[in-house]
Design a protein around this ligand. Structure first.
Ligand SMILES: C[S@@+](CC[C@H](N)C(=O)[O-])C[C@H]1O[C@@H](n2cnc3c(N)ncnc32)[C@H](O)[C@@H]1O
Length: 201
């Protein structure tokens, strides 16, 4: 098995490089449509750990987050983040992604209470203001995928922190946007600190 994975590595790396080379969002989503059936197997070869690390961060940052917390997984792909969340006892999971074929794979996992097709950066999320206790985006905040200008929309559907401990990924988002020479949305500059959590990896 390990040898098989080793043999597949160059092919998988080429696929990832191709994905990184696509800057057009529509083309990128088509690319993910085609990748969907093999995605989980391929990222296993890469020992992809971002979903686990993101959920580690979430539970460390918000230890009081209850098992019945309503969590939105943005750019959920095939549902690897949901698997990690479910393993930590979180069951009220909702997902959104711009690729219909990735969503089919996520649906087959059977871990989400709802899944929606939505292209962030072009469309608004189908949720009301302040719906979710936590919103995660893992492996998708980048050029040609979910642009930084979509972050205010993630903040919109996140519950305000009130007087609870405030924790947000806003500093991280700012750093990433600046590194990528993307414009930092005004809400991130000014308002993100008042939201419960938007976690970006
Ligand atoms: C590298 S995968 C990450 C999937 C999952 N979060 C994970 O960590 O395994 C990136 C995902 O982002 C989705 N995506 C890219 N750009 C998007 C956009 N603008 N709106 C919604 N989904 C997008 C792709 O369809 C794909 O499922």
């Amino acid at each position: 098995m390990a040898q098989e994975e080793g043999e597949r590595l160059p092919q998988v790396l080429a696929r990832v490089e191709a994905a990184h080379g696509i800057t057009d969002l529509t083309q990128n989503l088509h690319f993910y449509d085609r990748w969907a059936p093999d995605y989980d197997q391929d990222v296993t070869v890469l020992q992809y750990r971002a979903p686990r690390l993101a959920v580690d961060c979430l539970t460390q940052a918000l230890p009081a987050l209850a098992p019945d917390a309503l969590i939105l997984d943005v750019a959920c792909g095939t549902g690897l983040v949901a698997s990690e969340l479910q393993a930590r006892g979180f069951l009220r999971l909702h997902g959104v992604d711009g690729s219909p074929e990735m969503l089919k794979q996520a649906q087959a996992r059977g871990l989400y209470q709802s899944l929606s097709l939505c292209t962030l950066g072009q469309e608004l999320l189908p949720n009301s203001e302040g719906t979710f206790d936590a919103v995660l985006i893992v492996g998708a905040l980048s050029d040609g995928q979910v642009p930084c200008r979509a972050i205010p929309e993630l903040l919109r559907v996140t519950k305000p922190a009130g007087d609870k401990e405030q924790m947000s990924g806003s500093h991280e988002v700012r750093r990433m946007a600046e590194q990528k020479d993307q414009e930092v949305p005004a809400d991130v500059r000014t308002g993100a600190e008042s939201q419960e959590v938007v976690w970006c990896v």
